[in-house]
Write a new protein. Structure first.
Length: 108
């Protein structure tokens, strides 16, 4: 995957959402209306892994985190092809909550 800005679509049994993330040189920074994400990623032969930390940057009364908690550590594994990655993962802060995400490149 090339460095650049990616659309992030994510889902858990508690809800779904979307945001953006900038990926460059193994580092990831992004966010959505309520949560920011920072972390690292690696791609090797079509395998994609990431470790992401999330926390709230704003309080939005009508919104809730898809994990049920805003501060979470997420470990992800999946596949990548071209400028798209599909992953699954979980967070120890939300036991039993499965997480899936798709990254799709939208700009440099």
């Amino acid at each position: 995957m090339r460095d650049g800005l990616y659309k992030v679509q994510f889902k858990t049994p508690l809800g779904d959402g979307a945001g953006v993330a900038y990926l460059a040189g193994g580092k990831m920074h992004g966010g959505d209306s309520m949560i920011f994400y920072v972390g690292t990623y690696a791609e090797d032969g079509g395998q994609f892994t990431a470790s992401v930390q999330t926390d709230a940057h704003s309080s939005v009364p009508s919104m809730a985190s898809v994990f049920g908690v805003s501060k979470a550590s997420i470990n992800l594994k999946g596949t990548s092809e071209g400028d798209k990655a599909t992953m699954q993962g979980s967070s120890p802060q939300a036991p039993g909550v499965s997480f899936s995400a798709t990254l799709t490149r939208i700009a440099d």
